[in-house]
Design a protein around this ligand. Structure first.
Ligand code: FAD
Ligand code: ZN
Length: 235
């Protein structure tokens, strides 16, 4: 609906890819609804995925303020966040997250997970004090009142991702991403959108999958979040 803000965090190297098409139709469809859509195209941005000492102290020419001899990334970035002293690229992503009502993560499945560049976005952007705190995590996480949706593609076909088959239920893969990251930060999770094996189906089937995604987005704002608890994943 008009006024809703969506951030699409997108990880594919090739604009002509199937993921590229899914991203493109999402921008089109959501814009048509009157949403304002922002895309973080991580490879195009050459997003830095590594959590290093460089993530703090941009204001200090002489180096880090960190208190002990032993560098602790989560503690230092938490303090840097409070001082407004995280690196610029991280601050920019945090602003986009802060403004968004809905976060869509669009990516190809890499080793049962997200590509490293997207994992690095999670590692660096979702800093303590910004995304969560103690005890402000899970249902009281600092990003509550936002929604997230994991939209991804696989190499394997759907039959490989059932409880009884070799790869196990696809929901096992979603546990770290949906529950461990998003729910931990207070974000409510919409059902994932999975396009199985786009490389190995017919052109016609691929077109159907792209259309199905656009259609889902059409009624997305009426959806209820999943019940993101261990039972949803491992029942
Ligand atoms: P593409 O190859 O870009 O797309 C397939 C075809 O769709 C292309 O021919 C493209 O031209 C065409 N296309 C694009 N747009 C459209 C459109 N609008 N309409 C019709 N056709 C279109 N897979 C697993 O299942 N499990 C894993 O653990 C796993 N680990 C991986 C680890 C690594 C490091 C890598 C590199 C891959 C891994 N894969 C895994 C495979 C990977 O998930 C798939 O290759 C990927 O999801 C396919 O998506 P794509 O966007 O790259 O497809
Ligand atoms: Zn959960």
């Amino acid at each position: 609906p008009p006024g809703k803000k969506v951030l699409i965090v997108y990880a594919h190297q090739e604009p002509k890819s199937f993921n590229g098409s899914l991203k493109r139709v999402a921008v089109e469809e959501l814009s048509k609804q009157g949403c304002s859509v922002t895309v973080s195209d991580l490879y195009a941005m050459q997003f830095e995925p590594r959590a290093t000492r460089n993530d703090e102290c941009s204001l200090l020419p002489t180096g880090c303020l960190h208190s002990s001899e032993e560098f602790k990334y989560h503690v230092e970035t938490w303090k840097a966040y409070k001082r407004g002293d995280l690196s610029k690229d991280v601050i920019e992503e945090q602003k986009k997250v802060q403004e968004a009502d809905l976060l869509i993560f669009q990516f190809p499945l890499y080793w049962f997970s997200m590509p490293a560049i997207m994992k690095g976005w999670m590692d660096r952007v979702l800093v303590q004090g910004f995304a969560y705190d103690f005890p402000d995590c899970y249902d009281s996480g600092l990003l509550k009142n936002k929604l997230a949706l994991f939209s991804f593609t696989t190499g394997g076909n759907e039959e490989k991702f059932t409880k009884e088959s070799i790869s196990g239920d696809i929901r096992y893969i979603l546990w770290p991403m949906q529950h461990g990251i998003m729910h931990f930060c207070g974000v409510k999770v919409l059902a994932p959108h999975i396009c199985f094996a786009p490389e190995f189906v017919s052109e016609e089937k691929r077109k159907e999958m792209v259309t199905a995604w656009a259609q889902r987005l059409n009624t997305l704002w009426k959806e209820e979040p999943i019940n993101c608890s261990p039972e949803w994943y491992f029942k």
